[in-house]
Design a protein around this ligand. Structure first.
Ligand code: C5P
Length: 237
């Protein structure tokens, strides 16, 4: 499937950033048929949430496991194999060549797609310098995106502001998955580089990751449905 064939409903990934499995299951029940794709990250995974991956996929949902793996190749490969067996659709790794190579080899033959995190969006040039890097954020993002593509990585996690320029670097086969999405009028929280759902799709995002604006809403289902309406392409005349 090329990114342009992705059904609109699958483009919204709701981040289940909740402290307990029961709360996550209650949120999934409230969202019902409106949401088909969920993200499970550190908070829920380390609170016993990994079995939820299989439970959700058994219900026909897709799951993005956001554990941003990075370790020696053998350890990454074994971890990727375990996540693939749970039926996950996406798994994140940090964009280091050994890690990406191990991950793409280990997911071969499964339905799992590997997403690379180029540079964490909380890092600026000063943070990279402090961590010992020579390149600044934009050069390192571009260099890692190129490496990711050469190593067979399926997609990149990036800020919506990076989507348009990364699209030029990696073309249309790689999926671009963007957090930092805020429907107009929603609280920004700690996200600094944000875009509305429609603008992020127009900038080249394939998938939108939305957490707090949905899971902390008084009516999460209404917010999710409004996002889907906002990103539904107009019917061809
Ligand atoms: O609540 P909010 O919509 O800001 O949630 C965004 C989700 O995307 C969180 O789960 C966060 O960890 C994740 N994320 C992010 N920025 C990145 C990578 C992941 O906000 N660069």
């Amino acid at each position: 499937m090329t990114p342009s064939d992705i059904p609109t409903r699958d483009r919204l990934i709701v981040a289940l950033d909740l402290p307990a499995v029961e709360q996550a299951e209650a949120m999934v029940a409230r969202l019902g048929d409106s949401v088909s794709f969920y993200k499970i990250g550190y908070q829920l995974a380390y609170a016993g949430g990994l079995p939820l991956v299989r439970k959700l996929t058994d219900q026909g949902k897709k799951v993005f496991v956001d554990l941003k793996l990075h370790d020696i190749g053998n350890t990454v490969a074994r971890g990727v194999e375990s996540i693939a067996k749970l039926g996950a659709t996406f798994l994140t790794v940090h964009a280091y060549p050994q890690t990406m190579k191990a991950a793409t080899e280990a997911r071969a033959g499964s339905g799992l797609k590997i997403l690379a995190v180029t540079v964490l969006t909380s890092y600026d040039d000063g943070d990279l310098h402090q961590a010992g890097y020579r390149l600044g954020v934009s050069d390192l993002v571009e260099a890692r995106a190129r490496q990711a593509q050469l190593l067979g990585i399926d997609g990149l996690v990036c800020s919506p502001e990076e989507a348009a320029s990364l699209r030029k670097v990696v073309g249309h086969q790689m999926r671009l998955v963007t957090p930092g999405i805020r429907p107009a009028g929603a609280a920004t929280g700690d996200q600094k580089r944000i875009m509305t759902p429609a603008r992020a799709i127009a900038a080249g995002s394939d998938y939108l990751v939305v957490g707090r604006p949905v899971v902390e809403a008084a009516d999460p289902k209404a917010v999710a449905e409004a996002i889907l309406v906002e990103i539904t392409p107009p019917l061809a005349a």
